[in-house]
Design a protein around this ligand. Sequence first.
Ligand code: NAI
Length: 342
Amino acid sequence: MKYAFFDAKPYDKPSFEKYGREQGVEFKFFETKLTRDTAMLAEGCDGVCVFVNDTVDAETIDKLFSLGVRAVALRCAGYNNVDVKHAYGKLHIFHVPAYSPYAVAEHAIALLLTSIRRIHKAYIRTKDFNFSLSGLTGFDLHGKTVGVIGTGRIGRVFIDICRGFGMKVLAYDKYPSENSGIDYVSLDTLFEKSDIISLHCPLTEETHHLINENALSRMKKGVTLINTSRGALIDAEALLAGIKSRHIGAACLDVYEEEADIFFEDFSGHIVNDDILARLISMPNVIVTSHQAFLTEEALSNIAETTVMNIKKFAEKGYCDNELCYRCGKTESCKAKRQKCF
Ligand code: NAI
């Protein structure tokens, strides 16, 4: 079992090497991202192992298939960067559905607390022996209303933490969970009533720019927005306009619409060409982290273990429980019926 590992970072290697060695999976690490131009690096490999900003579009899939590659092991949960429909019949796609919802939910809370208690400002001030408190006034979370969009694994952990703070939780989900004790409301109501809004739904055609000019205008003045899900859920240009007009109180962003060529790399000392990102970062009430919500020791270890087990199970059985199949769920579950998706 030999897999080409794209977009490899130093923090990926120890856990993947450890679990790979234990299960007989060899990884060939490449720092470059997977694109149609770099696909040829996978020649001689059974599969590729990719992350959130690798491109697995139709052309890349065809290229990989022609090289004899038969599987794509995503080492993440989201798969908006994969043309799952085009892959059907060619490449088997597996992902890691859950590795630590706590890592992401806790990061969302860390961003929120940092933002509303101005910790990012205070940290810089006290480093410079500036002990003034002017401009650092925050607000209590207790008693505030938080609107949670997407109540899956991460959304629910986030809700539990918010309840611990004594917040009132409203939620919207396309598929609300019955008897969950969650107070589901319409998106309109959530926008209208929330002091804080946190996004935990996947990026799909339907949720692309879910937070656009119209949605922003319906939110409370001074709302704090948190996005630890996928960048393109928010129209970044509209968000910037909302911040400039003072309608949006603060934004906490772990993901950004155009992050693919920027995040995970060191651009200090360079001129960043993305004017919208540069302007957002320059705002005192915007905090940006570079898609780091998943980055805990527990999550990295779980990701590596599940990815390696996916690869092993597929190699041994020809199917994998964590396979993303275009047909499963649309008509009936092939996995449930005959286990192999194709
Ligand atoms: P999940 O699949 O457990 O939950 C997603 C929820 O969103 C489900 O309840 C689903 O019904 C709901 N949903 C689907 N379509 C919707 C729509 N149109 N409107 C509202 N809700 C909708 O996923 P999980 O594990 O909670 O992850 C959520 C997202 O977090 C992932 O899709 C991924 O994009 C992102 N993520 C970000 C990470 C980071 O490091 N920043 C790490 C891991 C995940």
